[in-house]
Design a protein around this ligand. Structure first.
Ligand code: GTP
Ligand code: K
Ligand code: MG
Length: 441
């Protein structure tokens, strides 16, 4: 990969905007050094924090620290410096103005990481992991992002690509040197590599959706008849008054979502409109949305009023992805509530009784469905699209249809896999041919 040449020098506030104890500004590009020297009088020694008083137009901006990371041993691979100043809006504004006057421009979102990628400092999976780590809200998300930042997925994908290049080399050898003495079974060897990899890709694709859920949140929908107490339950779980609760049937219409950290699992809990043959348009639209949500949810909490017979519309949603909640257990007569083939969790959204059991059951369901066995993993739709394309090519692989065609499929698979890390050159093939077989010497 080539160093970006004549790239404009960029700067950004690397810490969160607004007031704070310390604000970190990052500069990257050819003007980073000159700008720092202009502001502080001299360039500090590399990678050592020094006390500075950045000054511009005769005015001291602030009192802080500067760090100088000459390229290529820097995050972006370019000359980089950091200024650690006091975290105030006026300080940030004064520094930004000074930097613009010195010829720098504000960075676009992700531009530092993009430069790091273009300069070969980061592969795409690590760049994505940085974004995931910054966004991580639960322990499970943090762990998954760290694993990817550590290069787990990069190494996995590069291992797959290496296998494919080896298979390709075997096939190319058969094509190019068909007259000569090749070891027996070369084509079979290639076919074996392809079959093994196809099986592995299939396994990872099957798990990939779960990993993506771990990134984006596991969707749990609360469903049930009007007045069953769905909104009361949402509020109880969220610990605040998110949704309107009232004795009027048909109160909730829009889907109301709350993001939760459920024992480390990222959960998006959705309250929905009560299911019934609706009288008017707006409620009917709410019910349509509720059913769409039910369809898309990873898990359903089916809420019944324990004092009433179970309604057919909610019963119709019963399945292995649902937990049955018998609400209003504080009311007399609720003990006799039962549903065939389901063990209801007795609960009172009003008093909170039974909530612990519900959360325990829910956590158990989430953990058993989303506990991950394959790490590292395909954590994004982008990764899965590449792996799916590769698998498609490998499924079409058939040396019986001609070696050239078979080699073409393997090359396509290697190209698709290479896109996961952003490494797309597959022409290291000949090196492997001559390195591994010494043919034609
Ligand atoms: N006694 C008792 N009443 C409850 C309980 N949970 C909810 N309620 C009452 O039941 C009524 C309906 O509660 P909601 O939470 O609005 O019910 P909902 O299922 O969201 O209703 P819709 O949005 O209309 O579908 C309200 O009057 C609540 O106070 C409970 O555990 N015990
Ligand atoms: K209601
Ligand atoms: Mg409601």
């Amino acid at each position: 990969m080539t160093q970006t040449i004549f790239a404009p020098t960029i700067f950004a506030l690397a810490s969160a905007p607004g007031r704070g104890g310390v604000a970190v500004f990052r500069l990257s590009g050819p003007l980073a050094g000159p700008a720092l020297a202009r502001l502080t009088g001299s360039l500090p020694p590399a990678r050592k924090a020094v006390r500075v008083r950045p000054t511009h137009g005769g005015e001291v901006i602030d009192d802080g620290l500067a760090l100088w990371f000459p390229g290529p041993a820097s995050f972006t691979g370019e000359d980089v410096c950091e200024l650690h100043l006091h975290g105030g809006r006026a300080v940030a504004a004064a520094l930004a103005q000074a930097l613009v006057e010195l010829g720098l421009r504000p960075a676009e979102p992700g531009e530092f990481s993009k430069r790091a990628f273009l300069n070969g400092k980061l592969d795409l999976t690590r760049a994505e992991a940085i974004a995931d780590l910054v966004d991580a809200e639960t322990a499970a998300q943090r762990r998954q992002a760290l694993l990817q930042l550590d290069g787990g997925l990069d190494r996995l994908a590069e291992g797959w690509r290496a296998d494919l290049i080896r298979a390709l080399a075997l096939l190319e050898a058969c094509i190019d040197f068909s007259d000569e003495d090749l070891p027996d079974g070369v084509t079979e060897q290639a076919a074996q590599v392809v079959a093994q990899l196809a099986a592995e890709l299939r396994g990872h694709l099957a798990e990939g959706v779960r990993h993506e859920r771990l990134r984006d949140g596991i969707h749990v929908a609360i469903l049930g008849a009007p007045n069953a107490g769905k909104s009361s339950l949402l509020n109880r779980i969220a610990g605040r008054e998110v949704a309107i609760v009232s004795a009027t049937a048909g109160t909730t219409r829009d889907v109301i979502e709350v993001h939760l950290d459920l024992a480390g699992w990222p959960v998006v809990l959705a309250d929905t409109a009560g299911l019934r043959e609706a009288a008017e348009d707006i409620e009917a639209e709410g019910i349509r949305r509720a059913l769409v949500k039910a369809e898309a949810a990873d898990l359903k909490l089916l809420v019944f009023d324990a004092g009433r017979p179970a309604d057919a519309a909610t019963l119709a949603l019963l399945g292995e992805d649902s937990l049955v909640v018998a609400n209003k257990a504080d009311q007399p007569g609720s003990e006799s509530f039962s549903i065939d083939g389901a063990a209801p969790i007795m609960l009172s959204a009003r008093t909170g009784t039974g909530l612990d059991e519900l959360l325990e059951r829910l956590t158990g369901e989430v953990a058993s469905r989303f506990a991950l066995t394959q790490a590292p993993a395909l954590t994004r739709a982008r990764h899965r699209a590449a792996a799916t394309e590769a698998l498609g090519a490998l499924d079409r692989f058939d040396p019986g249809l001609g070696l050239e065609l078979a080699a073409e499929e393997v090359r396509a698979a290697a190209g698709a896999i290479g896109r996961i890390s952003g490494r797309v050159d597959v022409e290291d093939v000949l090196d492997v041919v001559f390195g591994e077989f010494c043919i034609g010497k």
